[in-house]
Ligand binder design. Structure first.
Ligand code: ZN
Length: 370
C-alpha cells in the first residue's frame, strides 16, 4: 500500500492544510477541485483541454459506467485511464449516491440495494462487494466504500443508514484486492452532531488511507454543513486526506478548506455551462441576457482562462442563441478554471501563511454562497 499511495501535509494555517497525495498516476496537490466526468467524459471537454486547465484529478461514476458501457468491458479495454485517454489520477464514487437517488426505483436491505436502471428499467443489485468489484474493473486510483446516503432531516432513517454504512465499510475493506487503488471510507450521520461523531469515530478506526464526508449538500443549510465539517475535522486523523463529496461552489471551497477539507468534486461548473451560466467573483451571470449581446468584454475581465483570453460575451451569447456546441465548451473551460484557480491560489496562500488575508478576496462569493 505504502508503495502506491502516500499523503504529506506540507503546510498548515489554522485548520487549513496544503498537501500532496502521491498516486500511481501522479501527484495530486491539495486542496484540489476535481471536475466530474460522469460517463467517463467531463462533458464537452477533451482530456487535452483538461490538461491545459491543469486539472490533476477527475471523478467518474460507478453507477453510470456499470450500466453503460459496463465495467467488464472497460476492464477488457485496459481500464478507465486508457479507455478515456486520461493518464492522471481518477477517483470513482461507489455508486451509492446515485442508487439512493433513484427513490421509488430501489429497495435497500442490510446486505445491499436492488434497483432498476434509469436507462432501460432492468433490475440490478449492488452490495459492498459488488461496488468494490466494479471499481476494481474500472481501475481508478482512489475508490470509495459503498455507503447509504439518507435525506438530511430524517433522523431514524439516517441512523439506520449510518449503521449500515459502517458494516458496509468493513465489507468493502475485506473485498478489496488491488494494491494499486486507495479505498476511502465515508462518514455519514446527516446533520446530527452525535451521529456524525459516532460515524467519524467508527470510520476512522477502520484504517482507511483517506476519508470522505458524505451526505452533505443534500438540502441542509450552509451553517449546518459547516458545523458538521468542524466536528468531523476534530475526529478524523490529520495525516490522511479528507474529501467532501459532491460539494463545489466557490464559496463551498473556501469554507471547506478553512475546515480542513482537501478534496472537492462537483458537476456544477459543467452543468452551469450548459445552462448559459458563468461563475464570476461577484456571483453567477446568465450569458443569454440581452445586455451581453454587444458586450466586447470577456466573461471576467482579467481572467487568464483560454475562453476569457480569446472570446467576448457577445460571441459566447451568440453561440448559445444559435445552439452551437462550442458554447458549453467555452463556458465549461471558464467555470472549471475558476474552481481550480481558487483551490490553487488558496494552496499557495496556505504555504505562504496568508490564507486569512486572501479570505477577503472571496467575501462576495461567501456572501452569495455561489
Ligand atoms: Zn475565464
Amino acid at each position: 500500500m505504502m508503495d502506491y499511495f502516500s499523503f504529506e501535509v506540507i503546510a498548515r494555517q489554522g485548520r487549513a492544510r496544503a498537501g500532496i497525495i502521491h498516486t500511481p498516476h501522479g501527484d495530486i496537490p491539495t486542496p484540489i477541485f476535481a471536475p466530474v466526468g460522469t460517463q467517463a467524459t467531463v462533458k464537452s471537454l477533451t482530456p487535452a483541454q483538461l490538461y491545459e486547465l491543469d486539472a490533476k484529478l477527475i471523478l467518474s461514476n460507478t453507477y453510470h459506467l456499470y450500466l453503460r458501457p459496463g465495467d467488464e468491458l472497460v476492464a477488457s479495454l485496459g481500464g478507465l485511464h486508457r479507455f478515456m485517454s486520461w493518464d492522471r489520477p481518477i477517483l470513482t464514487d461507489s455508486g451509492g449516491f446515485q442508487v439512493f437517488s433513484l427513490n421509488e426505483m430501489r429497495k435497500v436491505d442490510d446486505d445491499g440495494v436492488t434497483f432498476k436502471s434509469h436507462i432501460d428499467g432492468s433490475t440490478h443489485r449492488f452490495t459492498p462487494e459488488k461496488a468494490i468489484s466494479i471499481q476494481e474493473n474500472l481501475g481508478a486510483d482512489i475508490i470509495m466504500a459503498f455507503d447509504e446516503c439518507a435525506p438530511p432531516y430524517d433522523r431514524p432513517y439516517i441512523e439506520k443508514a449510518m449503521l449500515r454504512t459502517h458494516q458496509w465499510a468493513e465489507r468493502c475493506l475485506k473485498a478489496k484486492t488491488r494494491p494499486d487503488q486507495a479505498l476511502y471510507g465515508i462518514v455519514q450521520g446527516g446533520i446530527y452532531p452525535d451521529l456524525r461523531q459516532r460515524s467519524a469515530e467508527v470510520i476512522a478506526s477502520l484504517g482507511f488511507p483517506g476519508h470522505a464526508i458524505g451526505g452533505l449538500s443534500v438540502g441542509e443549510t450552509k451553517d449546518e454543513m459547516h458545523k458538521i465539517l468542524e466536528l468531523v475535522d476534530t475526529i478524523l486523523p490529520e495525516n490522511k486526506p479528507r474529501y467532501l463529496m459532491g460539494v463545489g461552489t466557490p464559496g463551498d471551497l473556501v469554507n471547506g478548506i478553512q475546515r480542513g477539507i482537501d478534496i472537492f468534486d462537483c458537476v456544477l461548473p459543467t452543468r452551469l455551462a450548459r445552462h448559459q451560466a458563468a461563475m464570476t467573483p461577484t456571483g453567477r451571470i446568465n450569458l443569454l441576457n440581452a445586455s451581453n449581446a454587444r458586450d466586447e468584454h470577456p466573461i471576467v475581465t482579467g481572467c487568464t482562462c483560454y475562453t476569457c483570453q480569446h472570446f467576448s460575451r457577445a460571441y459566447i451569447r451568440h453561440l448559445f442563441v444559435a445552439r452551437e456546441m462550442l458554447s458549453a465548451t467555452l463556458v465549461s473551460i471558464h467555470n472549471i478554471h475558476i474552481l481550480l484557480k481558487i483551490a490553487r491560489d488558496i494552496r499557495q496562500a496556505i504555504i505562504e501563511g496568508r490564507f486569512s488575508e486572501l479570505h477577503s478576496d472571496y467575501e462576495l462569493m461567501l456572501e452569495t454562497g455561489e
